[in-house]
Design a protein around this ligand. Structure first.
Ligand SMILES: Nc1ncnc2c1ncn2[C@@H]1O[C@H](COP(=O)(O)OP(=O)(O)O)[C@@H](O)[C@H]1O
Ligand SMILES: [Mg+2]
Length: 478
């Protein structure tokens, strides 16, 4: 029979573990110093203590006072958690000389002391922080290995669910703890070329049980640890009726040959100031006027103030200062990971039931995922997910030159269903704006290029311009 699962206190980590830790089993939480082992271990016991489980924190790397200070910094109560700080070097018993000469006997004594304390307390949930200090006492790896197995067997016999923390500072990793335990999670901290470092975790094993493989972003916040399970589009589906979202601006709907269908993606491209956000928000306004909700992710900081008149048209949500029906999120791409961003999109879709998602702009999103898989792969997964959920997505691409589909982010126009292009062009010594539809996957669209004028009330699309279509079309036509 598969073991029961024990919640870690971090809901999305439990989701990655497909239910939690294995009850009565030994788990390894490994990562270099500062990756978050102590924090996650502590979170686990704080949540367990809240459920009135008997908890024991064995601390070898920090003093009890230091641990309390850390818990305080997170605002977590340590009530109901027993602390055990064994005397590591046994200097009191053996005198100072032996401090530099750890012996096998001392290691056995420490293991016995830890297991004895678990048994004495009757602890159901145990954290041992960390194995690095235990390893320091080992003379040779075979003795260390035997002691680890002895510890594992005694803790398992005691029925405790255990997290062993290990900081991976050992030179020699061949037999490592991974093979001796039932489950293992690795934590990593990766530097980014700019902005805050990225924390990721991965379940490496969970004996006889299912879990979500691969790396997942996570974050340590003041009061909680957030894990952002990576998106697997095919795991998400919901039935929906296909509807057509028209913009309500006659000229645009004519050009588009109707509206945007549920579950499709549209890219709006054009240089700065050409009106991309205005067009996207017009669709959002139309969705809200029909009783729906839209999510607007502003990754370019100045955007919201620029378009405040457009935002005003939504009216104000009752009891707040937020626009009615439009969930606005300002995102700083240098402070957030791609996983966290996708997670926020998912929350708007699954918790708030938005029918339209706008990402403004994809150029800023590109900065966010620079060190990762290609933008195309990432967006493909996100678009598939949104399509499965019946959500319409509009992404905004700022670019001043002709569309070049061999490069990102322009290459995205290949995988989006529709492409709307905005441009500045010159006619008779005057600069004017032009709009056209370059592509529509489902159905016909008008082929002409029209005048586009930003107004107090949003924008208007008027008659044809005289410009040849070639400038818009470069590289898009297959
Ligand atoms: N109160 C807090 N709020 C936000 N982040 C914190 C807080 N306390 C610690 N951290 C972060 O957690 C990290 C330390 O994690 P820790 O669990 O001590 O790592 P490890 O045990 O793996 O060495 C630090 O990088 C620090 O940035
Ligand atoms: Mg630590």
């Amino acid at each position: 029979m598969a073991p029961q699962r024990i919640l870690t206190g971090i809901p999305e980590l439990d989701a990655v573990l497909r239910g939690g830790l294995l009850e009565g089993r030994i788990h390894l939480l490994e990562g270099r110093p500062g990756t978050g082992k102590t924090t996650i271990g502590m979170r686990f016991l704080v949540a367990s203590a809240a459920e009135h489980r008997r908890c024991l924190y064995v601390t070898l790397s920090e003093t009890v006072e230091e641990l309390r200070a850390t818990a305080d910094s997170h605002g977590w109560p340590l009530d109901g958690i027993e602390m055990f700080a064994p005397d590591l070097l046994g200097a009191g018993d053996y005198g100072e000389q032996t401090i530099l000469l750890p012996s096998n006997a001392e290691l056995s004594r420490l293991i016995d002391a830890i297991a004895g304390e678990v048994e004495r307390v009757g602890a159901e949930r145990v954290v041992i922080d960390s194995m690095a200090e235990i390893r320091l006492l080992a003379h040779d790896s075979s003795h260390y290995r035997r002691q680890i197995i002895a510890l594992r067997d005694r803790l398992t016999a005691a029925g405790a669910t255990v997290l062993l923390l290990d900081d991976l500072t050992a030179v020699n990793h061949e037999f490592e703890l991974q093979s001796a335990v039932h489950g293992a999670i690795t934590l990593e901290q990766r530097d980014r070329s700019y902005g805050s470092a990225r924390r990721v975790l991965k379940v490496v094993k969970l004996r006889g049980a299912d879990y979500q493989s691969g790396w997942h972003d996570f974050a340590i916040l003041r009061s909680e640890v957030l894990v952002f399970p990576s998106l697997i589009a095919e795991e998400h589906h919901r039935p929906y009726e296909v509807t057509e979202l028209t913009s309500g601006v006659a000229g645009l709907d004519e050009l588009m040959g109707g509206g945007l269908l549920s579950g499709t993606s549209t890219m709006i491209i054009g240089p700065a100031g050409s009106g991309k956000t205005t067009v996207a928000l017009q669709y959002a306004l139309a969705a809200v006027e029909r009783g729906g909700k839209a999510a607007y992710f502003a990754l370019d900081e100045a955007e919201m103030t620029l378009r405040s008149r457009m935002i005003e048209r939504f009216g104000v949500e009752h009891g707040t200062s937020e626009p009615h029906g439009l969930l606005v999120a300002r995102i700083n791409p240098s402070r957030i990971s791609a996983g966290a961003f996708v997670w926020r999109v998912r929350r708007r879709v699954e918790d708030d039931q938005v029918g339209l998602v706008i990402i403004d702009s994809i150029n800023s999103y590109l900065d966010l995922i620079k060190e990762e898989r290609t933008l195309l792969l990432q967006m493909n997964e996100l678009f598939s997910y949104l399509a499965n959920m019946g959500v319409t997505v509009i992404i905004i691409g700022a670019h001043s030159a002709a569309l070049d589909t061999t490069r990102e982010p322009d290459a995205l126009s290949i995988i989006t269903d529709n492409v709307i292009s905005l441009r500045f062009q010159e006619r008779d010594g005057v600069i004017e704006k032009a709009i056209c539809v370059l592509k529509k996957r489902h159905g016909q669209h008008a082929r002409d290029i029209r005048h586009f004028v930003l107004t107090d009330a949003g924008f208007e699309v008027t008659g044809r311009t005289s410009s040849p279509p070639s400038e818009h079309m470069t590289a898009l036509v297959p």
